[in-house]
Design a protein around this ligand. Structure first.
Ligand code: PLP
Length: 336
């Protein structure tokens, strides 16, 4: 399976690695945990994106790391804001191909600047490439691991988005010196990933099924995004859909006048589950919005949910202006 992954990463992400630079894990969460436990000690300074993936932040905090949030904008991580010299962190965890949660992609210019910074300051880049297989009408951007010349990157891959999280399978590609420690710790704590799962995925990768699946799912997800975009277009002045170029979720930025908590609560009463991006912030949020995940949903389910969310936003905007609350008729009678 390690050989199949190395070959797949060469084809799909331009990452040149050998099978012995790959470690199979039970997913990115576990990979990050392995890195933390085998290579870091409590008190180490680790930078993250702000806003960023809360689970990674919680893992770092739980292990006693000093966490340093670095701001993100439309082009991804603000590389200019990274501290240098004695203030530089030991490592930085980031999601360059589809920033979690805002959905932006780190520009090529910033990728190169980030690698220069990492090399100059001896920082490990932990690249979480969790859903890079899905890109829509946007040119590919190289993985940091494919641009890296000086072994500065630990690359986290997963089958959770591209196939299903039910498999609990992912992988780490890392410089040999680092991988050796991670492997030893992994052997001590869970020995190996389920053998039948590895066998099935190896076949999936080597017989071309994975790439066929990706091609088919790209079309499906592109339709999902388009449907979401069309359905929410009438409320675009209140709620701007962002991060449409890649991945399996989009970010809906809400006007500051709207109550996110009320929108989430009201949407939930119509059985539409959306996530507040507030938890993605370590400090005070500088924007408000929702994460709309659509992996695993049909086109009809997306339209159904987006229509309800649109009505809830319209209702909330009406509330804001003090207008009477009129529930759209469809919400009253159309049950799933
Ligand atoms: C930012 C990010 N990284 C990684 C993952 C996948 O994690 P795992 O491989 O542990 O399922 C997800 C899934 O939601 C994610 O959002």
């Amino acid at each position: 399976m390690r050989a199949a992954i190395a070959a797949y990463l060469g084809r799909s992400r331009g990452i040149v690695c050998t099978p012995d630079e790959v470690l199979i894990t039970t997913g990115s969460a576990r990979t990050l945990d392995l890195l933390i436990r085998s290579c870091l000690v409590a008190g180490d300074r680790i930078a993250i994106e702000e806003p960023g993936y809360p689970q990674a932040r919680w893992q770092l905090l739980a292990a006693g790391m000093q966490v340093l949030p670095i701001a993100v904008d439309e082009d991804g991580l603000q590389v200019d804001a990274l501290p240098t010299g004695k203030d530089a962190p030991l490592a930085i965890y980031l999601t360059p191909s589809h920033q979690y949660p805002l959905g932006s992609r780190l520009s090529l210019q910033r990728r190169l600047a980030l690698l220069d910074w990492a090399q100059a300051n001896d920082v490990l880049l932990i690249e979480d490439d969790y859903d890079s297989e899905f890109r829509f009408n946007a040119p590919p951007l190289p993985a940091l691991a494919s641009l890296d010349q000086r072994a500065s990157v630990a690359y986290l891959g997963t089958f959770s988005k591209v196939v299903t999280p039910a498999l609990r399978c992912g992988y780490l590609v890392a410089p040999r010196r680092l991988l050796q420690r991670v492997k030893q710790y992994s052997m001590l704590t869970d020995y190996h990933v389920s053998w039948p799962v590895q066998q099935a995925l190896t076949l999936f990768l080597t017989e071309g099924y994975l790439e066929r699946h990706i091609r088919r799912m790209r079309q499906h997800y592109a339709q999902c995004r388009a449907r979401l975009h069309e359905t929410l277009a009438p409320v675009a002045h209140l709620a701007a859909l962002k991060g449409l170029e890649a991945g399996l979720h989009t970010y809906l930025e809400l006007n500051a006048t709207l109550s996110v908590a009320r929108i989430i609560r009201e949407a939930q009463t119509h059985r539409v589950i959306v996530t507040n991006i507030e938890a993605c912030y370590m400090h005070i949020p500088d924007r408000q919005g929702l994460l709309l995940g659509y992996g695993g949903l049909s086109l009809e389910e997306i339209e159904w949910g987006a229509q309800r969310l649109r009505a809830v936003i319209q209702q909330e905007a009406g509330l804001e202006r003090g207008a009477p609350v009129v529930k759209p008729a469809r919400l009253l009678f159309k049950e799933r």
